[in-house]
Design a protein around this ligand. Structure first.
Ligand code: DGY
Length: 319
């Protein structure tokens, strides 16, 4: 059996792969397997261990004649053509649940960092501009007791809501469907998108990338937010119009934005968003703590091993 692993992964968790398997791994650190090599290696692979940076599409499925299972190391699977897999009876796995806390923590990190202007403050010290304590030096926004609006109340949304309730935040959400059990257990309130944007001090995007969520927030929607409010994106860059977010931030119509994800990753160094002091950008590290990443590797491998032995994957995304 040949397992193609498209990124360099070094962790003890890899030892669960039986020794008899032929493992082909892209060995270069911080780089994506080139497309032509991916197609070449996929041609005789039985399984593919993939991630957000690969395009697993019709072209790939049509040349991967031995393929029996694909699993991505992540919860999002917008990089995979699920229809193309399903029509060939290829199960596609992913790794939800284990990363929900980590992504919620990163969303909170960005909320805090934007609210308290952490990066700007550090740059100020580094530039030797700090001359004395100041009554309103880098005065930012409050989090405890403030209003949080979550767009997308899935597993990560629920985790964030739980953490935010611990900070005494007043939590609302917008989602395709009402999530009544969470409304009750966490005391969160459903609002339509417009009301949520108008009311919230923090708006956190956690909706997945789909046709329906493409550019869900454009200038018109951002303009509904308060001048003191903060926007955080920890799901996918395509859910918002980045040019419009830039305009809104530049015009100071909202206070700041914390971004973990971008329409095009990696974001170009010369992207206008990166010129703004009220933007904090991090390189798609939502689930990046070592323990969580180890669990994600393990579930990806277990999905693959199950798929190869014809068993149900731990988490399947095919309908
Ligand atoms: C996820 O889990 O979807 C992360 O964004 C990494 O792919």
């Amino acid at each position: 059996m040949k397992i193609l692993i498209t990124r360099k992964i070094e962790t003890e968790v890899m030892e669960i792969i039986p020794e008899s398997f032929d493992v082909v791994m892209w060995e270069q650190e911080n780089s994506v397997m080139p497309r032509d090599l991916l197609l070449k290696e996929a041609a005789d692979a039985d399984a593919i261990f993939t991630n957000v940076t690969d395009r697993i599409d019709e072209e790939l499925f049509s040349c991967a004649k031995n393929l029996k299972v694909v699993s991505t190391m992540g919860v999002g699977f917008d990089n995979i053509d699920i229809k193309a897999a399903t029509k060939r009876n290829i199960p596609v796995g992913h790794t939800p649940d284990v990363l929900s806390e980590a992504v919620a923590e990163l969303a909170l990190t960005l909320m805090f960092a934007c609210a308290r202007r952490v990066v700007e403050s550090m740059n100020f010290i580094k530039a030797d501009e700090w001359k004395s304590w100041g009554p309103y030096l880098f005065a930012g926004q409050k989090i405890s007791g403030a209003k949080l609006g979550i767009i997308g109340m899935g597993r990560i949304g629920k985790e964030l809501a739980k953490m935010a309730r611990g900070l005494n935040m007043d939590v609302s959400y917008f989602n395709r469907n009402r999530v009544l059990d969470t409304e009750e257990t966490l005391q969160v309130q459903y609002k339509d998108l417009e009301t949520l944007l108008k009311d919230s001090d923090y708006v956190v995007m956690l909706a997945p990338a789909t046709k329906e969520t493409y550019h869900m927030l454009k200038y018109e929607q951002f303009a509904l937010m308060k001048p003191t409010s903060i926007f955080v994106n920890a799901s996918r860059g395509t859910t918002i119009d980045e040019n419009d977010l830039y305009k809104i931030l530049k015009e100071k119509k909202i206070f700041a934005a914390g971004l973990d994800v971008f329409e095009k990753e990696p974001i170009n160094q010369s992207h206008p968003l990166l010129t703004l002091d009220n933007v904090i950008a991090v390189p798609h590290i939502g689930s990046a703590n070592v323990e969580t990443r180890d669990k994600m590797v393990e579930i990806t491998l277990r999905n693959i091993l199950n798929g190869l032995s014809g068993e149900q994957l731990l988490y399947t995304v095919n309908p």
